[in-house]
Design a protein around this ligand. Structure first.
Ligand code: H2U
Ligand code: ZN
Length: 358
């Protein structure tokens, strides 16, 4: 039996198991809201705050300290960018070119080239992005934008992935607040899916997918977490991670360098608003992976593309209880218990002042 769920007005149908469609990736996720009520016997304790020093002599990101290979960081005072000493991509293609025996070979491989960088937010070892001033946070946005602009001058760089891994649980190797850029000659899997779906959508509807989606979310309001003149943060209708957030630009700007200065400031403000709410949720430094999706650097116009950022945080119930993407998710499809509407309402209700400043 196939039954369409009523998407407007009351959400009573969302109390039972259902699946939701992600139009950006064209994938489905399973939502099991009734399970959110099941008894939980795991831990819920708070973890004591990590008392980090302002400067750590053993940190390879702090000003003046030595990195791998013996390079010394300058005595930087704002943001600081360097080429990753253990880059996953290298600018030079290997010779000779790797060749598949035939076009339909089961053993395909291609060379991939690129440039990887690390971007420190500030000299302070102990201050995460929501703890910086708005001016300092804007400087981080500007650094990402300037880096993107510089990298896409190179015609071999087709995709620039700006991202931040925060917290040991996300594999972040150093608490000194920093982000990374991996830029490369081909479009990676996730933005490649988004490119196709956004192109198909604009061809049919004449408008960018994400701007139509944004207008719907603004009209409904129930999944909005924060908004200002230029950006809106929502828990997307198709969110996979418990407190996943999508930040959408209000116009069809395709890249970070395409933002105006007031837009960069507005983006810094939304970034701080989302991450402050995250930290306030369990009163801890909330871990996540986040990243921007920008249009490809392929000399084509991209009227379909709208700059956006995805925040993927793993925590579910407390500082220690996380959502795992395991058995069914690995073998079947992503699944969640609490609804995106419930998650958005919780994030929205949190104070906008960081818990460490209250
Ligand atoms: P995380 O954001 O996942 O912690 O990664 C930090 C990066 O810093 C990682 O990609 C690089 C690692 O290669 N790094 C250096 O470039 N130089 C160093 O001295 C240590 C780590
Ligand atoms: Zn440091």
């Amino acid at each position: 039996m196939h039954r369409q769920l009523e998407m407007t007005g009351n959400n009573t149908l969302f109390d039972s198991p259902h699946r939701r469609y992600n139009p950006l990736t064209r994938e489905w996720i399973l939502v099991s809201p009734h399970r959110a009520k099941r008894p939980w016997q795991g831990q819920v304790e708070k973890t004591p705050p990590e008392n980090l020093p302002e400067y750590d002599p053993t940190c390879y990101l702090c000003p003046g300290n030595e990195r791998a290979g013996g390079v010394k960081n300058p005595a930087y005072t704002g943001t600081f960018v360097f080429d990753n000493d253990f880059a996953a991509l290298l600018p030079e293609a290997p010779h000779p070119q790797i060749q598949a025996p035939s076009a339909d070979s089961l053993f395909k491989a291609e060379p991939e080239t690129g440039i990887c960088r690390v971007i420190c937010f500030s000299p302070r070892h102990d201050l995460t992005l929501p703890q910086l001033t708005l001016e300092e946070a804007e400087r981080v946005i500007t650094a990402w934008s300037d880096q993107t602009a510089g990298l896409i001058r190179n015609p071999d760089i087709v995709h620039v992935q700006v991202f931040e891994n925060k917290g040991a649980v996300m594999g972040c190797s150093n608490p000194h607040p920093h982000s990374q850029i991996w830029s490369q000659s081909q479009i990676p899997t996730e933005p490649a899916k988004e490119l196709l779906s956004q192109k198909d959508y604009i061809a049919i509807h004449g408008r960018p997918l994400l701007l139509d989606y944004l207008a719907e979310e603004q009209a409904r309001g129930e999944r909005i977490v924060a908004a200002n003149e230029h950006f809106t943060a929502v828990v997307p209708f198709w969110a996979v991670w418990p407190f996943e957030v999508l930040v959408i630009a209000h116009r069809a700007v395709t890249t970070l360098p395409g933002l105006t200065q007031p837009e960069r400031r507005a983006l810094a403000e939304i970034y701080q608003s989302v991450t402050t709410r995250y930290d306030n949720l369990f009163e801890i430094s909330f871990p996540y992976s986040m990243g921007f999706h920008q249009a490809p650097n392929d000399k084509l116009d991209h009227p379909e593309w709208v700059l956006h950022a995805h925040f993927y945080p793993p925590l579910l119930r407390s500082a220690t209880v996380r959502k795992f993407m395991v058995g069914y998710e690995m073998l079947g499809m992503p699944q969640r218990d609490i609804t995106p509407e419930t998650a958005a309402a919780r994030l929205r209700s949190l104070p906008e002042i960081h818990y460490t400043r209250r």
